[in-house]
Design a binder for this molecule. Sequence first.
Ligand code: SF4
Ligand code: MG
Length: 327
Amino acid sequence: IEPLLEVRDLSVAFRSKTGNVTVVKDVNFSLQPSETLAILGESGSGKSTVALALMGLLPKPNGRISGGSIYFQGKDLVRLGESERRKLRGSQMSMIFQDPLSALNPVYTVGYQIGEVLRIHRRMSRDKIKNAVIELMEQVHIPDARKRYNNYPHQFSGGMQQRIMIAMALALEPKVLIADEPTTALDVTVQAQIMYLLKELQKTKKMGLILISHDLGVVANHADRIAVMYAGHMVETGKVEDVFRNPAHPYTVGLMESLPTLHKHSTRLSPIKGSPPNILTPPKGCAFHPRCPIAKDRCKDDTPLLNKVTEGRDSACHFYEEVLDND
Ligand code: SF4
Ligand code: MG
């Protein structure tokens, strides 16, 4: 099948006082309809930057895509003009963020805000918009949707606010939804409810879902495939069960070892010895080499590329065979 989204050699650079800094380097992945791809990494690994690049929302004027392509249904988004990008945003690709309250406007009712995107993109009468909004609120299971249409954001709990954000993101039935740490700001029970809601909506609407997360538990429970990022690079990709059972990169091994049990709620990545590199001064060669327990001389100057390990499985480690459990 034709992928919904295909990202090839994507790089993102930021302009800083000292020159251009590459924060995402040669990232490759694809997304199929109805698939959930998790991008996993510590903060600063570049995972949110990848999401913003996909959406065409890199901070201006300092952030820009410095190389590569993002094919969406055959079109390279990197080469589209801003007005075409804007049309796609919201209608074909939407995004939800960690903190719903900062994304909602406190002075407008939620009904008005959910309807905003319909007013911009669709020619619909006021009554039709109102009915569509109430239907959306019902789809995300906001109780008493009709009554709550005229409530303001602060009158909802954090979980309900995130449901409102999801309703807004889904108003135009996008084909791709990007969720950047969608449950991090919520308590554990509500986290699970929001994840199940996202999965339910994904199924009925056959959306591709990109789930950006640092939470191994969320990823293990909800993703089909996983891409692990470290210092702006993708270091391992594969099916979730394969990567969790038998990681093919020393960094992923470290992440898995930091996990007491996969079934514990909301397991945070407890870092591997040392800390991630400063993106302004990344180490030469493999960016993980200062922390890697099996690093060798070659790793200090030869940057490993993402290479096929087995079918559907890639690793960016010269010595992945040493970490892979082969029996
Ligand atoms: Fe470790 Fe070398 Fe593999 Fe990098 S390439 S992860 S330093 S063994
Ligand atoms: Mg982030």
